[in-house]
Design a binder for this molecule. Structure first.
Ligand code: FAD
Length: 431
């Protein structure tokens, strides 16, 4: 079976590797960018994604460039603890939660695709622009190129749209949909160099009900100068004003109260001062879809279910999508039925997660603390909200995301017997 993947981000490259592990070898990835380059800042891989990367034989290479996040704290702007929980191995998972630079992960995946599927398995400068039925069951897929005025057309039995939140494949399937939805919030994101904080393996989410900061390290060991790269994202809900959108945000001058926030040895002023490059984004997502799979065409990752950036799920879920889809294709010789089965297995849970993330996912505990604590940041947040309520929110969110301990500590259900899987997916990180 010839399989064409549109998009060489984390979702597309992982899909190629999952298909290979499931026994498919005629797999090609077409990427619109002129080259696969290490773009972006930090992403988190929850243990359910790490288990699947291990099953693909990629655990060691990804872990070597990651930090195992062992503690997650939700705090007020004053640094008061709202909710803190262990993550990964200290929380009893068989797999860690890994924080990694998106670009480093993408380059590891791209190299693995070339090693396993061949040097020409990934084609850059190939933007999918159309698809339609050819004679027989095949698809005709059209590409445009920057370097060549001539469009090309390729045939494939299956097309998987992994082309991100602005997906062309999705746009062709849903021509009335229009651009992504915006919440009105703005996010500023960067990677700084600063001293390790809170033991070196902590992720912190601080907020005052309007401003929010998310901070986590991207290296486990400091360089000779004692610093590590630190991923940070600052967002403001009511950021529709020109003031908040000002380019001065890059210098930390327009980030409201955030530079004054601190917690233990973590000082946001230090993080923001050590920034290398800041980018500003609108907070956008997509509505849940009634269907992802249409005949021999389907959607995956952000193209299928772009969600508000809460709970570290975008990258994690595209990896789980990829494993589910490859398993479905290996389990049924009819690709139309297989794509429908993938849709049935993944879409309901992702639709629900999209809705939960619009309502801030687990980060809603910050609003709960501020809503119930008269005086906002100036009162004792932990006492304001019963711990049992906070525990319920975070636990039910983890179940919705498939990242609860009971689900993750089972063997991967996606490994294909007789496929080209490189390793079993049973406990390898500890135990
Ligand atoms: C450049 C970039 C930087 C990012 N940085 C971060 C970050 O720092 N932190 C974070 O949490 N998330 C980041 N993300 C988003 C994150 O990667 C995704 O939310 C998540 O990994 C799901 O990945 P995906 O493969 O579904 O989508 P994406 O990562 O968006 O990948 C989609 C890929 O498809 C390609 N593409 C688009 N249109 C076409 C087309 N018509 N034909 C062929 N290819 C096409 C894009 O160039 C891209 O490589 C970034 C995404 C991109 C594209």
């Amino acid at each position: 079976m010839n399989i064409m993947i549109a998009g060489g981000g984390i979702g597309g490259l992982t899909t190629a590797l999952c298909l290979h592990a499931a026994g498919f070898t005629a797999v090609r990835v077409a990427e619109a960018a002129p080259a696969i380059r290490p773009m972006g800042a930090g992403v988190n891989l929850l243990p359910n994604a790490v288990r699947e990367l291990h099953a693909l034989g990629l655990y060691d290479s990804v872990a070597a460039v990651s930090v195992p996040i062992e503690r997650l704290g939700y705090l007020t702007g004053l640094g008061e603890d709202i909710w803190t929980e262990p993550r990964g191995l200290p929380a009893g998972y068989d797999w860690p939660q890994l924080a990694v630079h998106r670009g480093a992960l993408q380059m590891i995946l791209a190299q693995a695709v070339r090693d396993r599927l061949g040097a020409d398995a990934v084609t850059a400068d190939a933007r999918l622009c159309s698809f339609g039925e050819a004679e027989g069951p095949e698809l005709r897929i059209g590409f445009s190129h920057r370097e060549s005025a001539l469009p090309t057309e390729l045939r494939a039995d299956v097309l998987i749209g992994c082309d991100g939140i602005h997906s062309t494949v999705r746009g062709l399937l849903y021509p009335q949909e229009g651009p992504p939805s915006s919440s009105g919030a703005v996010v500023w994101r960067g990677v700084s160099r600063c001293r390790p904080f809170l033991g070196g393996r902590s992720m912190v989410v601080m907020g005052d009900g309007d401003w929010k900061a998310v901070v986590y390290p991207l290296a486990d060991r400091p360089d000779d100068d004692g610093t590590v790269p630190v991923n940070w994202a600052v967002s403001r809900e009511s950021a529709a004003s020109g003031e908040a959108r000002s380019a001065d945000a890059a210098a930390g001058r327009q980030l409201g109260p955030v530079p004054d926030w601190h917690c233990g040895d973590l000082a946001l002023a230090e993080v923001l001062a050590g920034q290398e490059r800041v980018r500003q984004f609108p907070m956008i997502d997509r509505d849940p879809l009634p269907r992802w799979s249409f005949g021999r065409v389907t959607l995956l990752g952000d193209a299928a279910h772009a969600m508000a950036p809460m709970g570290s799920n975008a990258t994690t879920q595209c990896i789980v999508d990829a494993r589910t889809l490859a398993h479905a294709l290996a389990a049924d010789p009819d690709p139309v039925r297989a794509l429908a089965a993938y849709d049935r297995r993944r879409r309901p849970a992702m639709n629900r997660l999209q809705v939960l993330n619009r309502a801030k996912g687990p980060e809603v505990v910050i609003d709960m603390a501020h809503g119930r604590a008269a005086g906002g940041t100036t009162c004792r947040a932990r006492r304001a909200v019963p711990a049992a309520d906070l525990a319920r929110v975070t636990a039910s969110y983890a179940r919705a995301a498939g990242s609860d301990r009971a689900s993750v500590n089972r063997p991967s259900p996606y490994t294909v017997d007789g496929g080209l899987g490189l390793r079993g997916s049973r406990r390898a990180v500890h135990g």
